[in-house]
Design a protein around this ligand. Structure first.
Ligand code: FES
Length: 95
């Protein structure tokens, strides 16, 4: 398990990257939900923590792949593979 930070240090609408192996992106959405997914986009290895978050999805600005923050599934291409979530990688639950 990796500890991220106290929740008070991650404001709604912000995200942080944990330099673990693999890197993990932790999102605190505007509606107060926490999500953790693999930080690496499955399209071309970009960091998803720098993407745009809307509702429960993150969109990578360069190529516009979009992933569901709860399931890791693809919501918009060009990515063809989902990203992992804590269900697939239980050791990366946020603290
Ligand atoms: S690197 Fe993520 S959509 Fe291309």
């Amino acid at each position: 398990m990796h500890k991220a930070c106290p929740l008070s240090e991650l404001a709604p609408g912000e995200a942080l990257r944990l330099d673990s192996a693999p890197p993990i992106a932790v999102f605190h959405t505007e509606d107060g939900k926490l999500s953790a997914i693999d930080d690496t986009c499955t399209h071309q290895d970009a960091s998803l923590v720098d993407g745009y978050v809307e509702d429960c999805r993150v969109e990578w600005p360069l190529h516009a792949s979009r992933f569901n923050l709860q399931t890791g599934k693809i919501d918009a291409p060009p990515a063809k593979l989902p990203v992992r979530t804590p269900k697939e990688a239980p050791t990366f639950l946020p603290a």
